[in-house]
Design a protein around this ligand. Structure first.
Ligand SMILES: *Cc1c(COP(=O)(O)O)cnc(C)c1O
Length: 495
């Protein structure tokens, strides 16, 4: 029987996996969640002998039950191929007493590639399965990395257009250059005079506008999402946690059934939610360590039970985590209400009207799997510096937040279980911040001078993704006010 997905805001709204992927967001603004988390009903030792694609198949087939084995294998084989610069797709390296899970070996050198290289295949397969005639318009808000990874994934995919909104003054220079040089007749990139939350709110508003949907349908279009509100983003992310465990087991670093901790640098709560789902499948995971930057709304939430976005939005050196409204937390809130969509809806309405809500003690008691902490800008820079000095290994700013928070966790708890740290971006994507952390004297140099120096000090060659943009022409230069996002979409679609 097919696994059913339900809206977090309306228990009667259901979808199959492929329908949920097509829609992205449920009607009425809810997120689709699986009715139950399927168990990982095969021995860890057998997973240990599989390669990445095989593990991905075992995990994803349990969630995407209305895909045939052939369909799913087609998607997996076309996604996880030589677009990745390592045949193992991900690397797990041991540094300074922890395992760093390098998720940045894909085309755009951030972990978003892990899901966004497969999402276009999942989406076009879903469209075919559901006899969709409309052209699919991928509407995306990005804090920097989703945008490029989605553009790369959807560029020139027949039957799709992709529109990306990014905060004009809130991404790294390399991130911006990566996006505005994107080729492909179906790609559109727009900077907004606002932050990521403004972009995400604007996009969600368009998604839940029934009049716009009707107008689009009449013109032969329908929206879908490449953000982690789409279940098609989350499911592929569960695979790498399972793969990592199996890989550590295969290498004799852990014994079968031994529990590990997972540390995730968190923004929209998608990546850590995938780790939580892996744990619920039965993967031996103990704590999920949620690492925030100075936008520490999640740290405060785990500490107090109150989610409060009413605070200053801080631009940090880890821009992909500069987020005050972590969309995927809604999926966890829904779960800890006992899957009560009405209760969840009340919290989410409080969040959108007053910017804050407080969960009950009963709900808080179900958050014991999670530990939250944060790293200041100085602590983040210090994590980069000290890792470089002791191991010669260069962390990007986001991974450095996780590394600093893991140290705090060790100090707080003394818990020495093996730790897997999600390493979410290549340092080449945040070269300026990384090089300044290592030596402030680097400040006067150009971005590409810094790229070359980073290669020299790290011994890692310049990734293809960076070489490509060195001299690439700017193809997108539209900037708009937040209020005008919908007008831009209409203009692009000729509505
Ligand atoms: C998107 C991103 C994050 C945050 O991931 P979420 O799933 O939004 O929590 C962390 N680091 C990098 C480099 C990212 O691109």
């Amino acid at each position: 029987m097919d696994l059913i997905y339900r809206s977090t805001r309306d228990n009667s709204e259901t979808a199959t996996a492929s329908q949920a992927i097509l829609k992205g967001l449920a009607t009425g603004g809810g997120l689709f969640v699986p009715d139950r988390i399927p168990p990982l009903d095969l021995p860890l030792t057998s997973l240990a002998s599989m390669d990445y694609r095989q593990v991905a198949y075992e995990v994803m087939s349990r969630f995407l039950t209305d895909f045939t084995p052939e369909e799913l294998k087609y998607c997996i084989d076309h996604a996880y191929d030589d677009k990745f610069d390592t045949s193992s797709i991900v690397e797990i390296v041991e540094k300074d007493g922890a395992y760093y899970l390098e998720l940045f070996h894909g085309a755009t050198i951030a972990f978003k590639d892990m899901a966004l290289s497969i999402l276009p295949y999942l989406l076009t397969t879903s469209a075919r399965k559901n006899q969709v005639k409309n052209e699919i318009v991928i509407l995306t808000a990005t804090s920097g990395d989703t945008g490029k990874a989605a553009l790369a994934g959807f560029a020139d995919v027949p039957g799709t257009k992709i529109i990306v909104f990014y905060p004009k003054h809130g991404v790294s220079p390399i991130q911006e250059k990566q996006m505005v040089t994107q080729k492909g007749d179906n790609t559109f990139v727009i900077g907004i005079e606002g932050n990521f939350d403004d972009a995400q709110t604007g996009v969600k508003k368009m998604f839940s506008d029934p009049d716009l949907a009707a107008e689009m349908d009449a013109a032969g279009f329908q929206f879908s999402s490449a953000n982690s509100i789409n279940i098609g983003r989350l499911v592929p992310q569960i695979a790498y946690y399972v793969y990592s465990y199996a890989n550590l087991l295969a290498r004799g670093r852990i014994s079968e059934g031994e529990k590990i901790n997972i540390v995730v640098p968190t923004g929209n709560f998608g990546n850590i939610l995938a780790a939580y789902y892996a744990k619920q499948m039965g993967l031996p995971v103990d704590r999920l360590i949620c690492a925030s930057n100075e936008n520490k709304v999640l740290f405060d939430f785990f500490g107090t039970g109150t989610y409060d976005k009413n605070r200053q939005f801080i631009l940090t050196s880890s821009p992909s985590m500069d987020i005050l409204i972590s969309s995927n937390l809604e999926r966890l809130i829904y779960q800890i209400t006992g899957k009560d969509a009405e209760k969840n809806k009340i919290f989410m309405n409080q969040l959108s009207s007053g910017g804050t809500y407080t969960i009950t003690e009963e709900m808080r008691a179900q958050l014991e799997d999670f530990y939250g902490n944060y790293a200041s800008e100085e602590e983040t820079a210090e994590a980069i510096r000290s890792m470089y000095r002791t191991c010669g290994y260069v962390l990007d700013t986001h991974t450095a937040v996780a590394s600093a928070v893991y140290k705090k966790y060790l100090k707080d708890t003394g818990d020495r279980k093996p730790a897997l740290i999600a390493s979410t971006a290549s340092p080449f994507k945040f070269t300026r911040s990384v090089m300044n952390a290592i030596d402030p004297a680097n400040d006067g140099k150009s971005d590409f001078e810094l790229v070359d120096e980073l290669t020299e000090i790290s011994g890692v060659s310049v990734p293809r993704a960076i070489e490509e943009i060195r001299s690439a022409p700017v193809l997108h230069d539209t900037v708009c006010e937040t209020e005008d996002m919908c007008r831009e979409v209409r203009r692009i679609l000729g509505l």
